[in-house]
Write a protein of this length. Structure first.
Lengths: 538, 358
């Protein structure tokens, strides 16, 4: 294979190589390491009842979360796009706001609310059994992840051409039949896309299952890492987690095959006539109110209560230091990710080829890899090759950058689509070298996109838990680790200020996400793919 | 022949305070006739179509189809029970179904086999046999259009509604598709109502055309009648370019800036006349005669468009492609047909010059 022209230049091949190696080498090493187990050992490690137990639990949790998330997301998406319900904009916000409460914060909230020492018992004396295990993990993850389904379903519902439904009606189908035979089949791609995000979240989750003590692969990996540190068994657990993730990705691709529905027009000419709810609006409001209470009000109230009624004050002092450490790791990661994203996005937009598509896939692979498995792979790899790097800030920054790179590529790519390639060619024609032409003509137009990339990665890294948990230097307690650590010890008051800080950073992330999606919808340009990629962040 | 579709006093407002989009509209369509509603955007033609289809509720008026009341003050038959087919501008093919499944979609209450047989028959009818297993997006625009027609025709509706069905096709394809679809509808004896803003489309596709403006019909007639004898200034201008002349009528003749002209009907006093560009021709002026001056000559192959200035007024003339006059030549304008007397409505601007409408 000959090297294509762009890859001869250092500013293309160097970042490309870094990304490819950064993502694949640790995972490859993990694979090699796991393969070192001899067959008898393998038999004892993998083919045992515990593996089956973990597999069933992980699957049950994934299916359960998907079911609950669908039950929450679908009615909300329908109410906000297809009915005459008042306050649809507010309800739309409600469908997105829960993203501001990451799973582990939601788990903290649920733990701090229920049980003998929970808020409910303290305020009302009502002894609600402490939420934990499967139900706890199910509720926390569903409330956090349903917005991913909501956003996808909502966009699909709003984008359906009403002419399709009217045609079906004119062909003799009643509205209910039209819904079942025309509307639902067309929501399938959006549902699969949303379900994929939910599935990846459940598989990648560490905070919720560890706080709720529910035995999934992630939780077992954590226990293994914490207790005995049997590297080969840990590697195998990570590997099995990776296999499950890969299966989900393959399943989605399979289901989506042949489902890429093409439309003649990009945007429907008109909106569908809204369904008149009549008296049904009261149950609809009830549903919305319950959801608001559980997903938004409860976290805010819980955090507020524990800040006021406990030893929260003692945590304030450490909070500043933890914030500083979070920024210290997240800010450089955001910079590195943006710098790597720029050449990658450029190659994908201006030099589309099998190579550039492959590069992008690898970036998405780093994103889809469960962070716990990725972190473990990095640990195993660095300990074996450059032990000096182990438990350094540099490794943590590198892990963040690799994991969140996909988030950084999206905005740069959409900015590139807006920048006419002719500008650069004009600059070349006026005697600039390629690099100079790029910085003179195109780069000024990308600044906004780059800024968004930096912000996305920064905010994501601020709330990232599993990578931080495994890779941070000893004593390097960040905001996310603070919430998790204090919650794990049932020190709800001490966890409260950290949880508040995380909620604030996550809310900023959601705000940025919404402004981007709004802008993208207005431009209706080609980078529609970006939205789905961005919503995959956690 | 009797009217299959009768619309009377149809009125629709989108908000109680807003002016009606369709006001007291009435027309009738004969069995087997292709009827066009022609008008600029916002004239209420699509709303009229959607009222007939049952996708909007009328505020007043009746729609009767072959003895069945579709819509009346106390009645609104839902679209699925109207037996009215519908073809949209963007065809609205179901992307999750194959071509055959799309066409079979409306064939209800039949066995699986019978549905497939009838759907194949409908596809053959529109010349798409062999495309059954394709996905809609694999077809060209014209083919998608024909699938949409086949899908609407398959359940044998009593009436077919076509909403700007050809405007997504490029110009070349549009003309051919139009003629093919017209032939299919005629062969089936299908009654159809077409909505369009394209005058050429309405004139070439329909048996009768209704020109709409502000929610009302200004004129109904055969394509020839409304083109050659527009009743109002609006109809005259909407159907093509025309020369407007302010004249003093006296029976079947009138004194105009072009001299004394014959009229299509008797009139008296100040009138506004319309003369189509192709109803004028150029001649060499007799010596001493007041002549016009050729301002511009555009050779277009099968005809020539001249702009001629005379007494400060500009005229538009389409002639055959051998007309020899060049810019700056002195010419005389001669009418080949009687001028059309337009109904004296409040004339928007004093036509100090002939206004070539777009």
């Amino acid at each position: 294979m000959t090297l294509q022209t762009p890859y001869r230049r250092w500013y293309f091949w160097l970042p490309a190589l870094l990304v490819v190696l950064g993502v694949t080498v640790p995972l490859g090493y993990l694979l090699a390491r796991a393969a070192q187990a001899d067959l008898a050992q393998l038999d004892a490690l993998v083919w045992r009842a515990r593996t089956w137990h973990l597999f069933v639990n992980t699957t049950l949790l994934g299916m359960g979360v998907l079911a609950v998330a669908t039950l929450l997301a679908f009615p909300l998406a329908w109410l906000t796009t297809r009915t005459d319900l008042r306050g649809r904009r507010l309800l739309t916000l409600l469908g997105v706001l829960p993203l501001a409460v990451p799973g582990y914060v939601m788990a903290y909230v649920l733990l701090a609310t229920t049980g003998d020492y929970g808020t409910l018992a303290r305020l009302t004396g009502l002894g609600v059994p402490r939420l934990g295990g499967y139900p706890g993990a199910l509720v926390a993850l569903s409330l956090y992840t349903f917005p991913y389904l909501f956003l996808n379903l909502r966009a699909a519902l709003a984008g359906l051409d009403p002419a399709l439904e009217e045609t079906a009606q004119s062909l003799g189908y009643t509205p209910v039949q039209v819904f079942r035979r025309v509307v639902l089949p067309q929501l399938r791609p959006a549902f699969y896309a949303g379900a994929l995000l939910v599935g990846l979240h459940v598989l990648g989750d560490f905070g919720v299952v560890s706080l709720m003590r529910f035995e999934t692969f992630s939780y077992a990996l954590y226990l293994q890492y914490n207790a005995s540190y049997d590297r080969i068994y840990a590697a195998w657990l990570a590997l099995m987690l990776l296999v499950m993730t890969a299966s989900v990705l393959v399943l989605e691709a399979r289901l989506l095959r042949g489902l890429l529905f093409h439309r003649t027009g990009a945007v429907p000419a008109r909106a569908a006539a809204p369904a008149e709810l009549g008296a049904w609006r009261w149950p609809a409001y009830g549903f919305a109110a319950l959801l608001t209470l559980a997903a938004v009000a409860l976290p805010v109230l819980t955090v507020g209560y524990w800040m006021l009624h406990s030893d929260a004050a003692s945590a304030w002092g450490d909070l500043g230091a933890a914030l500083g450490r979070s920024v210290l790791a997240s800010a450089p990661a955001a910079g590195v990710a943006a710098v790597l994203a720029l050449p990658l996005a450029y190659l994908s937009v201006r030099r589309p080829s099998a190579a550039s598509r492959g590069l992008e896939r690898i970036a998405y692979l780093g994103y889809a890899t469960p962070p716990l498995a990725f972190a473990l792979a990095l640990i195993v790899f660095t300990l074996a090759t450059v032990p000096a790097v182990y438990q350094t800030l540099g490794l943590l920054v590198f892990a963040y950058a690799m994991h969140f790179l996909a988030e950084a590529i999206g905005p740069v790519r959409s900015a590139l689509y807006q920048a006419p390639p002719r500008l650069e060619e004009a600059a070349r024609g006026l005697g600039r070298t390629p690099l100079r032409a790029f910085f003179a003509a195109t780069f000024p137009l990308l600044r906004g996109g780059l800024l968004v990339s930096v912000a996305f990665v920064f905010l994501s890294a601020m709330k990232e838990l599993p990578l931080t948990f495994l890779l941070s230097p000893i004593g390097f307690e960040t905001l996310a680790l603070g919430v998790w650590g204090y919650s794990n010890e049932a020190l709800f008051g001490r966890a409260a200020p950290y949880a508040l800080a995380i909620i604030l950073f996550s809310a900023a992330f959601v705000g940025l996400l919404l402004s981007q999606e709004g802008g993208a919808a207005k431009r209706a340009g080609p980078p529609a793919k970006q939205g789905a990629a961005l919503t995959a962040s956690g | 022949m009797s009217a299959l579709l009768t619309v009377t006093g149809l009125t629709k407002r989108f908000a109680p305070a807003a002016p009606p989009v369709v006001r007291e509209l009435g027309f009738a369509v004969e069995e087997g006739e292709i009827f066009a509603l022609l008008g600029p955007s916002g004239c209420g033609k699509t709303t009229t179509l959607r009222l007939v289809g049952g996708f909007e509720r009328a505020d007043a008026g009746r729609v009767v189809l072959g003895g069945t009341v579709l819509c009346a003050p106390d009645r609104h038959l839902p679209p699925e029970r109207r037996e009215v087919g519908l073809v949209f501008q963007d065809y609205a093919l179901f992307p999750h179904l194959s071509v055959l499944e799309n066409v079979a979609f409306g064939l209800r209450g039949l066995g699986r086999k019978e549905r497939a047989v009838q759907a194949r028959e409908a596809l053959r009818l529109v010349g798409l046999a062999g495309y059954e297993d394709r996905a809609p997006h694999q077809l060209s625009g014209g083919q998608q259009q024909r699938v949409a027609i086949a899908r609407s025709l398959a359940p044998r509706p009593r009436l077919l509604l076509l909403d700007e069905p050809f405007s997504n096709l490029d110009a070349l394809l549009r003309q051919a598709t139009r003629q093919e679809i017209r032939a299919v509808l005629k062969r089936q004896g299908m009654t159809a109502v077409l909505v369009t803003h394209d005058q050429e489309e309405a004139l070439s596709f329909a048996d009768r055309v209704a020109v709409m403006r502000n929610g009302q019909i200004e004129q109904v007639g055969t394509p020839e009648a409304i083109y050659h004898a527009p009743r109002t200034l609006f109809v005259a201008q909407f159907l093509g370019r025309t020369n407007l002349l302010l004249a003093e009528a006296d029976g079947r003749e009138a004194e105009t800036p072009l001299g004394r002209l014959r009229l299509d009907r008797a009139a008296a006093g100040s009138v506004l006349l319309s003369l189509r560009p192709e109803h004028l021709t150029l001649e060499a002026p007799a010596p001493g005669e007041t002549a016009g001056r050729v301002v511009e000559r555009a050779f277009k192959g099968h005809d020539i468009t001249f702009r001629v200035e005379m007494d400060g007024i500009e005229y538009l003339i389409h002639t055959h492609n051998r007309m020899p006059f060049q810019p700056e030549d002195a010419v005389r304008l001669r009418a080949l047909e009687p001028a059309v007397v337009l109904e004296s409505q409040p004339v928007p601007v004093a036509p100090a010059e002939a206004v070539p409408s777009p």
